[in-house]
Design a protein around this ligand. Sequence first.
Ligand code: PNW
Length: 440
Amino acid sequence: MNHFPHDFEWGVATSAYQIEGAASADGRGPSIWDTFSHTPGKIIDGSNGDIACDHYHRYPEDVDIIASLGVKAYRFSVSWPRVQPLGYGAWNEKGFEFYSNLLDKLAEKNITPHLTLYHWDLPQALQDQGGWLNRDTTAHFANYAAEIARRFGNRVASIATHNEPWCTANLGFGNAQFAPGVADKALSIQVSHHLLLSHGLAIKAMRRVASSAKLGIVLNQWPAMPATDSARDVAEAEWEYARSVQWFMDPIFKGRYPQKALDRMDMSQFHTEAEDMNIIHQPIDFLGVNYYTREFISTDSPPKKPQAAMGVTDMGWEIYPLGLTDILLRHKNDYTNLPPIYITENGMAVADKLIDGEIDDQPRIAYVHAHLDAIHAAIEQGVNVKGYFYWSLLDNFEWNSGYAKRFGLVYVDYATQQRTLKASAHWYRNFVSQQLRKTE
Ligand code: PNW
């Protein structure tokens, strides 16, 4: 078995809207995902996050489960409309109380919290004023970030501004698969700029608070790989990589957008101001990388499909662990000022079945094992990876797939809210305990 560095952090991850439920409890305001999931036709199984895993009421049990896995780190997100129902103006003390109680419970179990500010649940009141298309939202976000840093900055190990701004921009706008569901590619570019700007403003605002939390951002990433060696496939893959990965990395670590992407994008609606790039180009303490699959680029019609030698997940995503080694090495090469990296998400949807009280999810075990090997290979080649968070602790509301897709190490029976550890949970506990034992 591969031996990871002694201070490597082992964890699991969740997000607020996907697990909390209690959508209107204790003064929580509606978010764009409440609106979206209650709009007929948007969610594949017609479900919503009103109850989800009822984590809002069951968090003590869920933290006990994390502790039972033997992992020492937990990544979760704060629901902005729970702590500030409109996204501006009054704070909701009951909302802060929930997260304070959660942090108490994690401390009691010696589990290190990693907090994400924005995992897609924008307060609906801000959406009513244009949401991420409105530049004012960036200032509201920075204000919210500073308040979280003031209250919780000394109780969490890290604060990430955004989770996967690529998804917000391209799936929320662009193809409209996610909330708020606006199908306009040109607008998605402006949204991505506002997300990056809000990241920079939030980092600046949180630095002024001076808490002990490390500050960073979480990006979903994949290498774009050409189907063949043809010049066309190779060029197309490079362009795809520029507009999806470098589009977020370059502004943060180089202070500019990648020219290769700018050349081919519809910039008709793109508005930036003089100081924006300096604000986005703030030093950060860590980079979170979420990795699930690679992108396979073919210019043939019909396009060539990958062979998927290791199969596909229940989402239809190709299993390609080497892509993770690949992108980590590419980052090391492309950016001289990279901070430590955390793999903040990696996981597999499996069509899990509860049989005689057990879930034998061998494909998930193979998936995690292969990706841990891929991370280890990158570490051996000099990439500074500091931790791994499996996505997700629990089966949960998988966005537009509703409850039809299961990513959890822990099975959730939504009718009873009963939690059952899958075979992968037992495997992960074993793996982590062997890693921790080696380092004692
Ligand atoms: C991530 N894509 O979403 C999110 O951070 C999680 O909330 C989510 O549950 C998890 O991955 C599994 O889907 C993604 O289409 C959604 O490329 C879509 C894509 C990537 C990530």
